[in-house]
Design a protein around this ligand. Structure first.
Ligand code: ADP
Ligand code: MG
Length: 397
């Protein structure tokens, strides 16, 4: 069976396996095992891709528009391939100096008499600045996200999200959300942002992208930067791809479609950081990144496992979670020499479900059923952290 997401857990798990996913038995949730018991059901990506066959092939070219920047790495400045660039891919160096992050968030924080450079690992440039109160940051206001934070402050999930301290208007009139700085209690923290869910686009965005699509040179350029073999011969000839085609490709090159999460960025305590996880897809690649992230901090993985279990148990009873489609949200992992913790962040694309519609966050996503695969991601994160931990214990004994 052809599947555009190469046999994801969601589209391949038969009904019984899905019950296991729902029962949140993270040790039972091995994508390989689920894939072995294939039920040839197409996933949302495959159905969406099929539906594109009915969309007329565009003859004209379009430009980047503001609605394109719904996902962070689409807002990464793409370095256009130079005329002299070789035809073979030039992989950018994965680990970069802190310099590149400093450009994003050039502000220092002070908390409990400590002064530190604040870290923004992923997300949109220029979205954050230091808050008016110590231990807080300001995030540019998105009214939808504010509604989520207001609801979350009344929900059982409250201990697992940054505290929302209200609305803040800066001197220049710009509006912000004032949030607890999750890095405040750490010294030289290691930080990882994992974006959760089997898709990072809203149903609306996918539907809109199909309306009169144009050929996009910018998206073609982003595609060949990552994989020069990804475009078809025709797309190479035209030097353009359509937006919906680009969106499906982009979602299926990482572990988003298969594992229900992807690594957005990692920052080590020594300042090395990387956002080069766009094609980190295989479970083993993810496990290796987790090993590297936690190397030298033996207390981190057990604490992460414990916290993820608590998050999962709380999600199961949360009114907020039951009534929202959670898209593009992340789990932020932070540890230092003595502590480790995880929080849910980024609700800018989290939307209240249409009334009368219920989702369980674990069932297969098909276009327009609104399933987000959030629990698929949490279960796989737990499963991989447990695997890494067990292997490390075996090596020690
Ligand atoms: N409350 C917080 N405390 C500490 N760091 C945060 C907090 N919120 C966000 N960040 C940092 O900023 C990055 C982007 O945040 P996010 O809310 O995802 O923004 P965006 O909506 O632009 O994607 C995260 O990866 C993390 O490094
Ligand atoms: Mg984000």
């Amino acid at each position: 069976m052809y599947c555009c997401c190469s046999g994801c857990a969601r589209c391949t798990a038969p009904a019984a396996a899905r019950v296991i996913v729902r029962a949140a038995s993270d040790t039972a949730l091995e994508p390989e095992a689920a894939a072995a018991a294939l039920a040839p059901e197409p996933c949302g990506y495959e159905l969406y891709q099929k539906s594109l066959l009915g969309v007329p092939w565009p003859s004209d070219y379009g430009d980047a528009s503001s609605d394109d920047l719904s996902s962070e790495w689409d807002s990464d400045a793409a370095e256009p391939p130079s005329a002299s660039a070789p035809a073979t891919p030039v992989k950018p160096s994965g680990w970069r100096k802190l310099r590149s992050i400093v450009q994003w968030t050039p502000f220092f924080q002070t908390y409990k008499k400590k002064r530190y450079l604040w870290i923004q690992l992923a997300g949109h440039q220029g979205n954050f600045k230091a808050g008016p109160e110590q231990g807080t940051i300001l995030k540019k206001l998105c009214p939808k996200e504010e509604l989520c934070f207001q609801a979350l402050m009344r929900d059982v999930l409250r201990p697992y999200v940054p505290e929302y301290k209200g609305h803040f208007t800066a001197d220049d009139g710009e509006q912000y959300l004032q949030l607890q700085d999750l890095l405040g209690d750490f010294t030289s923290p290691c930080v990882m942002d994992c974006k959760i869910g089997v898709r990072t686009y809203l149903e609306d965005e996918l539907a809109k992208a199909k309306e009169k699509p144009k050929l996009r040179r910018d998206m073609y350029d982003k595609m060949i930067q990552i994989d020069p073999l990804a475009p078809t011969d025709e797309e190479h000839r035209l030097k353009g791809v359509t937006k919906p085609r680009y969106m499906v490709w982009r979602e299926t090159i990482s572990s988003t479609a298969t594992l229900g999460f992807r690594i957005e960025g990692i920052r080590q305590a020594d300042g090395r950081s990387s956002k080069d996880f766009k094609t980190t897809k295989a479970r083993e690649q993810v496990a290796e990144a987790f090993r590297e992230f936690t190397a030298g901090y033996p207390h981190a993985i057990p604490k992460y496992i414990q916290r993820l279990k608590a998050i999962r148990a709380t999600l199961e009873v949360s009114e907020f979670f039951a009534t929202h489609e959670v898209i593009g949200s992340s789990l932020l992992f932070v540890h230092d020499a003595s502590n480790a913790n995880v929080w849910l962040i980024d609700f800018a694309k989290t939307t209240r479900l249409p009334s009368g519609l219920a989702i369980d966050h674990a069932s297969r996503w098909v276009v327009s059923n609104h399933e987000d695969g959030y629990l698929v991601g949490v279960n796989n994160l737990l499963s991989i952290f447990k695997q890494v931990h067990q292997q490390q214990q075996q090596q020690q004994s």
